[in-house]
Every structure is written in structure tokens, then in C-alpha cells.
Design a binder for this molecule. Sequence first.
Ligand code: NI
Length: 210
Amino acid sequence: MTTYPVTTNEHDPLPIVACGDPILRRVADPVDPSMLHTPELRRLITDMRRTMEMAPGVGLAAPQVGVPLQLAVLQDGPQQWGHLSDDERALRQRQDLPFTVLVNPVIRPAGDDDRVSFYEGCLSVPGLTGVVARHRVVQVEAFDQDGQPIDRLFSGWAARIVQHEVDHLGGHLYLDRVQTRSLSTVDNFASRWAGRPAHDAATALGFALD
Ligand code: NI
């Protein structure tokens, strides 16, 4: 029987596991559909949503809160991108992504399989950001929190979020895929590279863009 890291009250975020913890490096277990209607799993999803929103983040996978299950939550919108200019948001192809739960997700590249390189970060890798090439469009098959099947395309920033979170469920971190020479502290990113073309950082730091 799996026990979940239940918060002591409904206003606190769950503690987020940082890299170096083996739970982030194992393949998470599939969710048995019969678990979806249990109070424990509903509570876990509620707690994960609050934790993601408070962090703040645009995605969170169950292993990041110490639960080795194939479950992730996603959300993007004006509250998350409020600090970006319209140009910066357009560059990232960020669009409204309503709160979404993915249970047992399987993804595959879709469209013409082009990739987009951009900075991303991870709540389990605090203080750093780096450039990762991700598929621009992915097809996602999964179940939602009610056990209803999901079969849809995600593109742009939403596709990046999905690929990042599904990686977590397979025991992968963005650090495994990052252009290592692009790695930057969030402070250096903010002061040097935010709002500038990624090619400027690529040239100055010596990494390749796809
Ligand atoms: Ni992450």
C-alpha cells in the first residue's frame, strides 16, 4: 500500500524532492484505474495542484513529491507568464493550458517532428536553467483524473511541459538532455540572457542550437 505525503493543512505545499534523491531516477509505477476514485488519490492531485501553483510552476510529476506513480499535473496561463512581454510569450509559443491531469501518459512526436530549443528549468533542480531541444508537437495518450481517456496533440510550450513531466515519470531529468554549456543560474539568466535571442547565449557560452 502506497502512502502519500499528505500535508498537515490544505494551505501548505508538499515538499518537493530535489535531484540526488533516487525516487527521481526510477520508472514510476502505473496507476491502477481503480485508485482514481479513492480519497487518497484525489487528495494527492489536489495537493500537487496547490504545490505547483505555489512554487510557482507549470507542471509537476508525482515523483517530485515523493510518490512513484505515473501521474503529472500541468497548467499554464496568464498567472504563470505574467512577467513575460507579448514578444517573449510568442517566442515560447505559450498559450492557455487549463489545469490538466495526465495519468499513465504515453507520448510520441507528431507533426513533422521539428524541434525547438529553449531554456527550461525544474522545481527539483533549484537555481538553474538550461537549453533543451524538445519536439514542437507531441501526441499524448493518457487518462484524466476521472479515468476518461485523453488522446490529443500538445504543441509549443505545452508540448515542452508534457515532455518534461513525462520524462520525470521515466526517471529522467532535463539535465539529461540539456545543452550542458547553456546551464545558467537563474540570476545570471535574468541579468544576461532573458529577453535576448538564444543565439546570443549560444555564441557567448559555446553551445549549439538545433
Ligand atoms: Ni521538472
